[in-house]
Design a protein around this ligand. Structure first.
Ligand code: C2E
Ligand code: MG
Ligand code: MG
Length: 662
């Protein structure tokens, strides 16, 4: 999966769920507060109202007592109350207390606890005396208000308060008793009055409605958030499925393979079997598609997935990578068992569209836990798979220690290369070129050597291919050209009789359209005549963009540089390149002279190439010349220059100076 898609999925995962969860928490908090505030407010009002009524009753009784009550008359209170309470609703008990707060007279059975006041409700005129009746709706204690919700008559709420239209006149739902004590005489007498006050259906109804509205609103919002969370989780699951599905085969893709593979590997230490990361590739799949078409190619891949899937257990994974490449995480007990199993899989894969020939290459990397990550192991499997060549009899290769060493070396080189350039660890070696006839030193090739602080002397074949694949060779070539130009400038200044020195220009340089100007700039910094610098282009460069190549060569030539084609004949050099490109020099590859040439065919080719190049007015340099016979043969053929161990190996500049000018 691309990094972008991965980021999108991550964003989706992170961003969306939290607001909803937060929403739910917020709704619960806000609505709880609302509930507390509104219902609290309504309740306080209700309580205050009832207490006010109790207080008013007490005030009225106290007023009557002030004028009518006679302490010396035993049934004075009885007489007053018999008359007074007929006209007052809710007053049940009345007591008279003396200055010591002792009850001296009482009407009704109950007496208040006069030592139990709550100061909050006290006033200068009356004191509230908290008591508890079992059928009270609420009562006050020293610590707060207590409710007896069980005492609410639910039937009354249903039949009267909640359903009746004239709910304000419904029966009482419950009652609340309040005792007040109020002084009424100069002798310190006070009256205690208990009012039993009704709470109506409408009052409870109002509270219940507010409560219900708030709860319903909160409920709706919570449901909304929950639905959003569920749909999000579902969508995410769907998206994750889409993202892990391979569009070509309908199976899994590498993204899924990496994620789930690592999960399985983490658990693998518990199991008795081992895991191996395997890559199977159908070779020349592009050719297959060119012959039979893309659709046929895709059907083939679908068929492969079907076949492979049937051969997997639940603890194994299969995914499709690029083109006809498959990644597998397989369990195994022995290497032999897995190799045989894979051979069997290949033969089954060959039965898909059996009439068409198919070849496979397989790489295996033993999975040692999830420490390195399955991606790294898959890369190792690919490294092993790339070792399978057309000539290989066995298409199955296990990633081994040698390959691991190569990988480590690759990492080391890539880690160290930039620092090496900064620290001037790359050194210029010069290999002289000799004229064939006179056998005098007439030129040289600059060849790089890496003097690594830990590894010591490192030959180019160990790092140039790595630099070529990661592009660093471009910087190295610039460095070599700079050093050669600097050296030539120094020798010119010293009055030496210099010879042209060639530098290698790797094909990677040809991505720049201004390559010619760039080379010119480097050389011109040292004010060196251009014809003392020769540029060797490797044959592979001739397969890239012909137009850029031709333009660059033309420009370089016009600036006065000498251009040569390196390793001519080593690969697939086409004679066309000789025709199309205005080259100055052709360097015959060492391979022409290295192999045994019993029937003389190689000699014939060299002879003809030399005479062809001569006719095209090019000079010939023969590389890798190691024997006197080769020198004599080349002299006979009119070859211009010879570069090889016969005359000299590549050497440090100081040694070259002795040879050239000494
Ligand atoms: P090349 O440019 O074809 O260089 C010639 C190679 O042949 C050199 O190997 C040289 O040491 C070797 N050689 C010369 N005469 C003989 C001989 O008689 N016998 C044998 N066996 N070998 C001989 P070297 O220095 O190891 O370089 C290998 C390749 O690395 C070069 O092939 C070139 O392609 C690349 N290379 C070296 N230095 C540079 C550089 O600065 N830039 C780039 N881009 N490539 C470089
Ligand atoms: Mg060369
Ligand atoms: Mg060469």
């Amino acid at each position: 999966m691309s990094k972008q898609k991965e980021r999108k999925l991550k964003r989706l995962k992170r961003q969306r769920i939290w607001p909803y969860v937060f929403g739910i928490v917020l709704v619960i908090v806000v609505f709880s507060l609302l509930l507390l505030l509104i219902n609290g407010f309504l309740l306080v009002n209700l309580i205050y109202d009832k207490m006010q009524q109790g207080y008013e009753n007490t005030k009225m009784v106290a007023k009557v007592m002030e004028t009518d009550w006679q302490p010396e008359k035993e049934d004075s209170l009885q007489e007053i109350c018999d008359i007074l309470l007929k006209g007052m609703s809710g007053v049940e008990n009345v007591c008279i207390a003396d200055s010591n707060n002792e009850i001296v007279s009482q009407y009704g059975k109950e007496v208040p606890r006069l030592d139990y006041y709550i100061p909050v409700f006290s006033s200068s005129k009356a004191k509230y005396i908290p008591t508890k009746d079992d059928d009270d709706f609420f009562y006050l204690t020293q610590t707060g208000i207590n409710f007896n919700l069980d005492n609410i008559d639910k039937n009354v709420i249903k039949e009267g308060g909640l359903t009746s239209e004239n709910m304000w006149e419904t029966e009482d739902v419950t009652t609340v008793s309040v005792w007040y004590q109020m002084p009424f005489s100069n002798e310190g007498y006070s009256v205690c009055v208990k009012s039993k006050l009704p709470i109506r259906g409408a009052e409870i109804f109002f509270l219940a409605i507010v409560l219900e509205v708030i709860i319903i609103l909160a409920f709706v919002l919570i449901i909304y958030y929950l639905i959003s969370i569920f749909s999000l989780v579902y969508e995410r699951g769907k998206l994750a499925k889409i993202l892990s599905t391979d569009v070509v085969t309908g199976g899994f893709n590498l993204q899924y393979f990496n994620k789930n593979g690592n999960r399985l590997l983490k658990k693998s230490w518990k199991n008795k079997y081992n895991y191996a990361v395997v890559t199977i590739q159908m070779d020349k799949y592009t050719n297959f598609c060119s012959c039979y078409g893309m659709r046929e190619g895709e059907e083939l891949l679908e068929g492969f997935v079907e076949v492979l899937q049937k051969n997997l257990s639940k603890k194994e994974i299969l995914a499709h990578g690029e083109k006809a490449e498959f990644a597998l995480l397989l369990t195994y007990k022995t290497e032999e068992e897995l190799t045989n199993r894979l051979k069997d899989m290949i033969s089954k894969m060959k039965t898909v569209k059996a009439d068409q020939k198919k070849y496979f290459s397989i790489g295996i990397c033993q999975a040692l836990g999830a420490k390195n990550g399955i991606e790294a192991m898959y890369n190792c499997a690919v490294v092993a798979r790339n070792k399978v060549t057309e000539a290989s009899e066995n298409p199955i290769v296990w990633f081994n220690d040698e390959m691991r060493k190569d990988q480590l070396w690759l990492h080391k080189v890539e880690n160290d290369m930039e620092k090496a350039l900064e620290n001037k660890e790359f050194q210029v070696y010069l290999q002289p070129k000799y004229s064939t006839r006179e056998e005098v030193l007439s030129g040289a090739e600059a060849l790089v050597r890496w003097i690594h602080p830990k590894e010591g002397f490192v030959a180019p074949f160990r790092f140039i291919p790595i630099f070529e694949s990661n592009g660093f060779v471009v910087q190295l070539d610039d460095y070599m050209l700079t050093e050669v130009a600097r050296q030539q400038a120094q020798w010119i200044e010293e009055g030496r009789k210099i010879v042209p020195i060639s530098v290698n220009v790797s094909r990677a340089n040809f991505v720049r359209e201004d390559l010619a100007e760039h080379i010119c700039q480097i050389v011109d910094r040292f004010k060196v005549p251009h014809d003392v610098i020769e540029l060797e282009l490797t044959e592979s460069a001739f397969f890239d963009d012909k137009e850029v190549l031709l333009n660059t060569i033309k420009k370089l030539k016009s600036y006065g540089f000498v251009i040569s084609m390196d390793d001519f004949g080593a690969g697939y050099s086409s004679l066309n390149s000789l025709k199309e490109l205005p080259l100055d020099v052709v360097k015959l590859d060492a391979g022409f002279f290295r192999d045994e040439d019993e029937d003389g065919r190689g000699k014939l080719i060299v002879e003809d190439t030399i005479s062809l190049a001569k006719k095209l007015e090019m000079r010939i340099v023969a590389e890798g010349i190691e024997t006197r016979e080769q020198v004599d043969f080349l002299a006979h053929m009119n070859c211009d220059l010879i570069q090889g161990y016969y005359f000299a190996k590549p050497m440090p500049v100081a040694e070259f100076e002795k040879k050239a000018f000494g």
